[in-house]
Design a protein. Structure first.
Length: 119
């Protein structure tokens, strides 16, 4: 990119005067661009070479986004599978002795026993 372009000025700009806020600094435009480039697997040191040619840049971005989507889908599926596999059936203390029906509460078991014993 040649000098004087707004995008380049924003990416490489520095604070001229004044002071920064206390605490965690606000996310700069440059930092959010770096994060986005890294999320789509584009090297942050050589992205300008790709951006100089529009067709190459579009191809790199498109393939990076597709790869990121695929990785996100795989990660989501594996975490869902892990979450579903770890669920064990709840152990109930209120099981009928006669018919082995699982009653979810003590009062439910008492009322079930009345009808179950008459069968």
């Amino acid at each position: 990119m040649e000098k004087g372009r707004i995008a380049k000025d924003l990416l490489y700009g520095q604070l001229e005067h004044g002071s920064l806020f206390r605490g965690r600094p606000h996310l700069r435009f440059r930092d959010s661009c770096k994060r986005d480039l890294q999320s789509v697997f584009i090297d942050i040191n050589s992205w300008e070479d790709f951006a100089s040619e529009r067709s190459t840049w579009r191809l790199v971005v498109k393939s990076g986004v597709q790869r990121a989507k695929k990785d996100r889908r795989v990660k989501r599926a594996s975490s869902q599978q892990k979450r579903k596999a770890s669920i064990s059936p709840p152990v109930s203390l209120y099981i009928c002795d006669t018919c082995t029906k699982d009653c979810h509460s003590r009062i439910g078991l008492c009322s079930h026993r009345r009808s179950c014993s008459s069968i």
